[in-house]
Write a protein that binds this ligand. Sequence first.
Ligand code: FAD
Ligand code: SIN
Length: 540
Amino acid sequence: MTVSWEAEVDLVIIGGGVAGLTAARTASLRGLRVLILSKGGPTDTSTQYAQGGIAVVAPQGDSVDSHVRDTVEAGAGLCEVDAVRSIVEGGQAAVAALTDLGAVFDHGRDGQISRTREGGHSTRRIIHAGGDATGAEVQRALNAAGLPVMFGAAALRVVTGVDGVQGVIAVSDNGFGVVHTPSVLLATGGLGQLYALSTNPPGATGDGVALALWAGAAVADLEFVQFHPTVLYTPGGVGRRPLISEAVRGEGAVLVDSQGNSVTAGVHPRGDLAPRDVVSRAIAERMRALDTDHVFLDARAVDGFAQRFPTITASCLAAGIDPVTQLIPVAPAAHYQCGGVLTDTHGRTGVAGLYAAGEVARTGLHGANRLASNSLLEGLVVGERAGAAAVERVGVHARIDELPSWTLERADRAVVQQAMTEHASVVRDGAGLAGAMKRIDAETSEVPVPRTDSAARHLREIEDAALTLTARVLLTAAAARTESRGCHTRAEYPNPVDDRQHSTAIRLLPDGALEMSTVPDDSREEEATRRTSRPRTGVQ
Ligand code: FAD
Ligand code: SIN
């Protein structure tokens, strides 16, 4: 490998969405030299597409306890309640910081911030911007902060030594690069591209999960992939599909089947506003029963639809559907990874100097199913904390003296997506999961890391390697969870099982095997003790 460029900083952030940019801002304000690597452009993030809003405790008629309760109920027994409380409590300050940066949220005629309701929430607490363009406003405000981003630069490996992180190897249009740094924050977003249909942008290829595993960190709860119930259905559509926000149901739209019957009647006391896993399962079951590939969202009674939901209106009109006068065809599609890199609520992993925040991280907030609009909240709160936590590594000697060599194990993306879509979607079973693993294993081959300095064109291979490893881990976790819980539904084990009410951590061993262990309840305290016993240097 020929190294074409080199840099040295205090913190490398991989990812330019809400989590990465929020962390970068905090770390910069604390005097750290920061470099953000982003394999796409400024808006190639899931953050950009967020619609419904940010869940944050309302000043009236709401409380931290209530938001915690709703989150824990949606999380189906796997939320870490201390983590939930800590992140929920940070919401108002995080939103205030974003507003200070220039983000503008929608206000009602009374001059107060408008709040909507989404599935699983007991009250209207979701703040939004531009009607249904919340993510675009968050991304705009953070992009405008003038943070140091290298666009078109993909991280390939986080290099570690005896003192933890030593640096990152990346590739950009200028060839391979090496960044020497004691701290790396993974803020790479999700893994929606594991599936043929997803709300996620093309870059959501599970890179952060793979980078963490390759660096020796653990991941957990990857079996819990959230399928959003209402994604615009168009015959033959593949890849990123337009979302029809849950806020549309929050404003009164209802789900009906082709015979005009309610899809969720009698399924859950909150009906169409039940937690997402419940609604997605109800839709999948109705589609199976009626042998169809979609149901409908009837939003015709929503007042001022086009003004309240301009992005959704545009997507529907582009597909030839007028949501004001017609039913919107919808079906579930892959939307969010509830699990990820195992961290505490400051983004710390078990590898010194390696942090993760945002969708790629598993803090314990989401458990087995994320509550709607808790993701931007988590990205803001934990992003800010992770940026601050990296201060603890300033002064640690970090240098990549010798370039490691490695190979990429990859199956073709189309094979992975087909296997995962058929066998690891809303409802899974043991035989299907095993079949998917067999198919992916059979198609996996080892390819050397490209050695030329025009490696940017090999981005697809690098992403495929991340998708392949992420799929293996997800299938392993899903096969081991012989129960139904949250957004993991096993056809042959329809109920939750008490003695499986724990998260499972997975590590990648040097021989390529996956090692599973139970995440202990007190893992965070143990981690904290271990860290504080390690000598620290530099500014605090
Ligand atoms: P992202 O915003 O996805 O950013 C990831 C970044 O990492 C990108 O810059 C990407 O280029 C970069 N990257 C990835 N791999 C590499 C690599 N190897 N090297 C370099 N860079 C890399 N959540 C809510 O709370 N409320 C909502 O209303 C909401 N609506 C949503 C609607 C849609 C359509 C989608 C897709 C998601 C929605 N979510 C919502 C979820 C939420 O938007 C995401 O979970 C969140 O924005 C993720 O932020 P992030 O910073 O973790 O990652
Ligand atoms: C939506 O607007 O329905 C998406 C919200 C989310 O994913 O949190």
